[in-house]
Structure formats: C-alpha cells, structure tokens
Design a protein around this ligand. Structure first.
Ligand code: SF4
Length: 305
C-alpha cells in the first residue's frame, strides 16, 4: 500500500542509543498482538497479523532521504504503533536497510511475541541491536499485564527468547517494565530473574510507567526499582525513572566498592548519585584497575573486576 503519513521520525536523541532515526512499521493505526495495560497508545483489540502494511520501497526512500539530510545517525530504530515484527516484509526491509545504513546501526524494539517463529528470529539475526521486552514470566501475568493475543503462547515466547540468545551474535538487550501490584511481587520478579540469567543479555533496562497509560495502572517508585535491580545479582541493569533526582551524595572508596559489588552502575547513576569528590575517587579506582568501564550497547557501566 502507498502512504501519505511520514514513515520515519526524528532523529531524536535517545539516552540509551544515541541519535536515533525512528521507522514506524505501522504508521496509520495501532496494530499489535498485545494490549498492555501500560501502553502509551490507546487501548485496542489485539490482532494476529497486520491488516495494513506499507511496502518496503516507500520506507527505503524515506530512510535514504533522512540519512542524506542527517549524516550523523547512530541508530535506525525499527518500531511501530504496535509490534514491528508483525510487519510482513520485515526480512526484506532489514536486508535493504543493511545495504544503505553505512555507519549507523540497525535496532529493533520488539515485544518478543514472535521471536519463537523461525522466520522472525532469522530476520532479527541480521540486526545490530535487538531489544526484547519481557514483562512477565508466568502465563497469568502475561494475560493480565500484556493481554496477549489468543494466537500467542507465552511459554513459547520465553523459549524463543532463550533460543534466540544462544544463536544471536550481536547486541541483545532485555527490557522489563514494572507495574505496581501486577508484576512487582517477589514470585514474578524471581521467575523473571531466572529467565534473564538463561538469556544472559548484554544489559537489562528496567523501568516503569512514565507516560499516561492506556489503562488505570500505577508506576513503581525509583526506590522499588532499585530494590528489584539489587535482587538481580550479576546482571548489568539500567534503571529508567522520570523522578531520577540528583542526590550528590558523598561516598568513601569502600562505600563505592560496596555499591558496585552489589550491582554495576551506569554513567547516569554516577551523575545522579555521586558528588564531585566521590566521582574523583571513582576515577582513581578506574586508574588503579579496580573498577572497569564497559560500554554495553551504548550505555557506559562501571563494574568491579
Ligand atoms: S506491545 Fe507495545 S504497542 Fe503493543 S500494546 Fe504493548 S506497549 Fe502497546
């Protein structure tokens, strides 16, 4: 189908991925196989397949124009008003973008629903950064929080994520969005953590609702997200919360090491938590090779060795 609406948007500066050119694989209306309580789009009936799709040639034209106009794009982000892996020409579009993207990386933001399907996982293998959502571990939670389409089986989705993580050679990120009184209980968190350990992604981005949700649900506090992150030993976690206030606290060398032993901190965490002197101590620990700095899919982490 032809289209009059813009198929790309931005570039926008994304904190986690740099300068991003968005590509909307469902520009006319929401087409999704989930109906998440926290969705920032309107609530809607789930669907198994896209009913309206734009041909790849229209996307390629717009992406080429945007790349000419904005030469410095860090990532081309495949997203949608809905779920981008439902786009029926995904494999062809990925091949074509890969042939024109030059130094930009290709990123997809997916709800993981179709990752268990071989045609989807083999298409995603050709993407530089794959970010998959995993809000739940149990069927009950998937039904309640993500309201998944009846054509989907949450156990197959989880197995699909685990299998994909074993064959994918590029950057894999998981995202977990927590909603108050839905997936923030210890049992669900424990089970999500077990899956995360099996997937062993480069990093896990955890967050909560920060825009008006489709349904009447509530976000978690920053403290509660930190408590959850602290339960996930050995995982590189970034926390996104709109109330990330600057604490400017003073930490000794030992306190910094204790913090980093609990979990690696991101550059943003350091900027928000540490006062100037504590930052100097951290720099010293880096110079002494006690703490190392690593870049995980565009996010800087400080980790103890
Ligand atoms: S998967 Fe994304 S687009 Fe679909 S309902 Fe959930 S939040 Fe909305």
């Amino acid at each position: 189908m032809e289209n009059n609406k813009p198929l790309t948007f931005g570039p926008i500066n994304s904190r986690r991925f740099g300068r991003s050119l968005g590509v909307d694989l469902s520009p006319n209306s929401k087409q999704c196989n989930f109906d998440c309580l926290y969705c920032e789009l309107t609530k809607s009936k789930t669907m198994e397949k896209q009913t309206i799709s734009i041909l790849p040639k229209y996307y390629i034209k717009e992406i080429k124009d945007a790349l000419n106009k904005y030469p410095h794009i860090d990532v081309i982000t495949l997203t949608a008003n809905g779920e981008p892996t439902m786009y029926p020409y995904l494999d062809e579009l990925i091949d074509e973008i890969n042939s024109i993207k030059k130094n930009s990386k290709l990123l997809i933001l997916s709800n993981s629903s179709l990752i268990g399907k071989s045609e989807i996982s083999s298409a995603l293998l050709k993407i530089d950064i794959v970010k998959l959502s995993l809000d739940c571990a149990t069927k009950k939670c998937f039904k309640k929080l993500d309201k998944i389409d009846k054509s989907l089986n949450s156990d197959e989705m989880i197995q699909g994520i685990i299998h994909f993580s074993k064959i994918f050679k590029n950057e894999l990120i998981l995202e977990v969005l927590f909603v108050k009184d839905i997936n923030d209980n210890n049992e669900e968190i424990g089970k999500i953590y077990e899956i995360i350990k099996k997937v062993n992604p480069l990093r896990v981005d955890i967050g909560t609702i920060d825009r008006p949700p489709a349904y009447d649900v509530k976000p978690l506090s920053k403290e509660k997200l930190e408590e959850i992150a602290n339960k996930m030993d050995g995982i590189n976690i970034t926390i996104a919360h709109k109330n990330s206030t600057k604490e400017n606290a003073q930490y000794s060398k030992l306190e910094i090491l204790n913090l980093l032993n609990k979990r690696p901190l991101t550059n943003d965490d350091i900027l928000n938590l540490f006062d100037e002197n504590s930052k100097l101590i951290l720099d010293q620990l880096v110079n002494e090779n006690i703490v190392k700095i690593i870049n995980l899919a565009g996010v800087i982490f400080y980790k103890t060795l």
